[in-house]
Design a protein around this ligand. Sequence first.
Ligand SMILES: Cc1cc2nc3c(=O)[nH]c(=O)nc-3n(C[C@H](O)[C@H](O)[C@H](O)COP(=O)(O)OP(=O)(O)OC[C@H]3O[C@@H](n4cnc5c(N)ncnc54)[C@H](O)[C@@H]3O)c2cc1C
Length: 395
Amino acid sequence: MLDYGLTEEQRAIRDLARSIAEKEIRPVAAEYDRTGEFPWPIVKTLAAADLFGVIVDAEYGGIGDGSRTMNMVLVAEELSKACGGIALAFAGSALGAIPIMLAGSPEQKQRYLPDIAAGRRLGAFALTEPNAGSDAGGIRTTAIKDGDHYVLNGTKQWITGGGEAEIYVVIALTNPSKGPRGASAILVEKGTPGFSFGKKEDKMGIRASATRELIFEDCRVPATNLLGREGTGFITTMRTFDASRPGVAAQALGIAQGALDLAVDYSIGRRQFGSPVSSFQGLRFLLADMAMKVEAARALIYATARYIDSCPKERPTIYSAMSKCFASDVAMQVTTDAVQVFGGYGYMRDYPIEKYMRDAKITQIYEGTNQIQREEISKILIGEHVAGHARGAQD
Ligand SMILES: Cc1cc2nc3c(=O)[nH]c(=O)nc-3n(C[C@H](O)[C@H](O)[C@H](O)COP(=O)(O)OP(=O)(O)OC[C@H]3O[C@@H](n4cnc5c(N)ncnc54)[C@H](O)[C@@H]3O)c2cc1C
């Protein structure tokens, strides 16, 4: 195995997540996929093992100091090897915690992060609306100041953890006349009057993850629930995605690795023409290609996570986008090839492999589709090139 220079603590976190994934998640993954229930018993196990705390600093009840992104990546990867849907109970809560860590006041951090770190309450992040997906600037949900409160109205769609999570970071327009520049991040707790949930989605994959609509009807929250300053909602969103996309990438990586492991195993046991199918070069090369892609994805994700944790002056946007885009494309290719290795059995729900293919697909879609990631990567790439030429001309 390649040495990625993980610290002793990071290896311990990875091994703990791996052990829970194998012992507690793998045996129940198919059942949660069938029922679509939220995996509360697993959440409790992860909480008891302090795994929700790996992304929060010690000051706020966690153990993440200096290694939050790498920790998130390691846990998301290990859990996703067993079930990409159940892993989202962890990763979705991390997505809710990140904007609080990035933009929260000390009081807000003290109020919310210890609960998230302990797994007592889950976090969620709500940006998407029925008419605002990739074009997030088109959101319509408003949060209008009324004395010392904000009053929220609008609907958020497809929110991971919706209905199960208790702490929601909602991106809403505090100054609608300014468009996206008038957007702010607001904390809304489950149970607040005027805040309800719409239908739970019936999804292709990651079925153990709850995806629901959030409905705000004259929902009043204290003005102190504003995260950061008014008008900084999209800056907080972009910084959140910079930090969270390696988590989606790690989910994709875990799904791909899990599928590869099953495919290698199956190819050794399945015999045709008097030999294991693993002896046929056509299949061996397919497996080799799958393994190369998975390891390349891991190298990129780990390097990106380490870069983010080193608190660079430059935003890590390009590397986060590359990790998410590359790893999720790898996951889709590898899981599709894994089904091929299983042949007709791979197409049957009696076998675990088709679920990996269904689970992989979402990683190309959420937290910005891969078209949007490629847009971001090329924008930075070309922008830097042009800036380099301009500097050269001045010299
Ligand atoms: C299971 C699930 C969970 C989710 N969880 C959350 C969550 O927790 N919080 C949250 O806020 N959101 C969440 N989302 C929403 C998710 O982030 C959006 O679905 C995603 O950003 C894409 O938006 P859209 O679905 O409206 O697609 P659209 O924006 O309508 O895109 C349709 C197609 O057009 C392409 N496209 C759009 N614009 C461009 C462009 N400029 N250039 C090239 N191609 C383009 C897209 O790539 C896509 O292929 C979730 C979605 C799902 C399905």
